[in-house]
Design a protein around this ligand. Sequence first.
Ligand SMILES: C[S@@+](CC[C@H](N)C(=O)[O-])C[C@H]1O[C@@H](n2cnc3c(N)ncnc32)[C@H](O)[C@@H]1O
Length: 805
Amino acid sequence: MGRGKGGKSRTQRKHFQQNRENVWKQPRPESLPSTTNLFDIQNPDFDQYYKEQNIVSLQEWDSFVQVLRTPLPAAFRINSSSRFHADIRSQLENDFAPALQAIVVERDEENAIRPLPWYPENLAWHSNFSRMQLRKNQALRRFHEFLKVENEIGNITRQEAVSMVPPLFLDVHSNHIVLDMCAAPGSKTFQLLEILHQSTTAGSLPDGMVVANDLDVQRCNLLIHQIKRTCTANLIVTNHEAQHFPGCCLNRHYDKMGPDQQASELLFDRVLCDVPCSGDGTLRKAPDLWRRWNTGTGNGLHNLQILVAMQGLSLLKVGGRMVYSTCSMNPIENEAVVAEVLRRCGGSVELVDVSSELPQLIRRPGLKRWKVCDKGKSLVSCKEVPKDRRSVVLPSMFLNGGSYRDIDCNRICDVNGDSEDGVQAVYPLMHEFTEEVSDFPLERCMRLLPHDQNSGAFFIAVLQKVSPLPAIEVKTRKEVDNQHVESVNQCNEDAQELQNNPSESTHEVREQISEDDKNETNNADFKLSPLIGEGDSKEAEAPRNVENIAKIIPSKRKLRIQSKWRGVDPVVFFKDEVIIKNIKAFYGIHDQFPLDGHLVTRNSDTSHVKRIYYVSKAVKNVLELNSVGQQLKITSVGLKIFERQTSREGRSVQCAFRITSEGLPLILPHITKQILSASLIDFKHLLQYRNVKFADFIDAKFGEMAANLMPGCCVVVLGEGNRDEAEALKLDESSIAIGCWKGGASLTVMVTSMECEELLERLLMRSDRVTEKGSSMHEDELSNNVGNVEQESDGNSKDVETIWC
Ligand SMILES: C[S@@+](CC[C@H](N)C(=O)[O-])C[C@H]1O[C@@H](n2cnc3c(N)ncnc32)[C@H](O)[C@@H]1O
């Protein structure tokens, strides 16, 4: 499964796909009859291991396991970027909550659905029903249908409650450059983008951006699909091994830079390090894990997790925050990783005490002591690890870290890790193995357990970089990487052995580590991070100018990069002035909406461009600087804003590019032509019939004005009717608009029927709400009040969004 398998992800990590967020892909366990209840499967290794780890007290054990053996209740998030987020929240609070409560009262259960108390603005909800119950229970059908449709449309996202927590501790601001290192399928990236966009007004973009990375191309595609719903121009999706995420360049004032000016290394304000893990925190969602669980999985991932976290910290700005998280309960993947990272960073990184943040979230402190287990044996210190297991059971797993070299050579090191012979040790030498608890304030880590708030399990640690990371000798780094390779090899051998003895399976570990890991770990070329950097690898390297960046990459490496990325479409700035001028003129786009330099395509033959993407200023800067060396392997970038449209009208259409659904919220306030305002009744008419002849509009003047538009793409805004001058349309965040096509005799709506139905229903609900408020308004009057109703509902006009279906 090495490199060169035709554009496929280099490491197909089957077990990740079975864990975590994508349990929808759960395969049926082969060896079990279909009638077996997966929740009943016993795994004595699991019980023994976690009892020894004391993750809960022995008195609590039964209730812990009992909850772990019940299906996970459904949870979901209202997307705050959704046009209707306030309506949906109100529907949940005032309609579904009381209706469902009536059902559960009969069954003597509590809290049918409720907002998660720790999630801001009642935007995340817990339902006491598992997915199975929702699917099978007639009484719950309407709620289930609601969840399905809103999820499909993008107004809500189903997400495990505990998985929503890490982004909330990242403290993201709208101007932050954020790296999501292991991002697919993108639930947390979605949250990060929502936070970034939170305070932007219609037609504007935040200064910050998110780089969402994942090793698995197919999972990257899932992420891209999911994120499309946020309509963001502030995202780059990349496809790298997170532990080798390349150094990039950035200058926030790139616009004003001359050719000789310096570009600085791209460091991130925030890093989310939601690493691949054994995933036993998802047992309630993926009960098949009961059968597959073994200690080898966590042990096999430990080193990769450290490498990813170290790379994240090296790419983090001084003063920046990184959140390390897993959905595993295993201390080897959690506290042991955090302890090792703190050890390697030698005081330049601190564990943040976040006990006062999200006070309503029930959490437990991180463990201060744990045990290492290998092949059913508990090991107290790395002294006890037999030589042939040393590549699998690493010193960093133990409370006090250390290195086998120290045991073997018995060299004396000072506190800085310098040995007598002047060679720096891999890590500071182990203390005596008598200490019983870790020296680090690991109690600041957070453990979320299933029986505390009826959820899955999660682990979260918040880290802050307080100074540049210490330089580590490159030889030592190679050694660290080699250790990873050895561990991989040993895991492969273990897997082989386990084919004969399946009771202690570590096969997932084997799948998880790629051939590439083996090949690449010895390459210390062109890495800016101290973990795998060159020479003395000072973290704050000298700034580079654009030309130097290209020179830095050795040509061999460049070739490798290019061939490695074969099959990935290039990112090309779209600069065809004729087309850009044509688009601008056709839609009357204001000059203050910058197009120059903000448009990109994925087609190097720019004469055959089909889709044009809009990128925010921050994304543009990163692209401009990084395209030089092609450091970033970009899977997706920007917001699809224009798409070539062929039509029956053929050449009579003056602009071949239509505005896309995703692109309209951004461009709507900036267009002055091909835009009409319809009364509520005609707007509904359009949604209902999807194709309406000019003569059939209720408002004859509107029909006339539609007939007078240029053939091609146009926009219909819900308003007072009879208005076509953009100034008179008074577009703002409350505007509701749909994309249409003006043909020879009719207007056709250019959105799916599902979206039309949903929008119709939402408009109906708003009308009902106005009527309920005692107003006996006429429908025409209602159209003027659509925006006002929402503002009344929460008194906050920023919550009201432009609507584009
Ligand atoms: C726990 S999941 C991430 C979930 C994601 N943060 C979310 O909230 O939707 C871990 C992800 O790491 C990816 N992965 C595994 N090894 C990786 C590596 N070496 N570098 C980057 N991503 C990796 C997997 O493909 C998987 O999508």
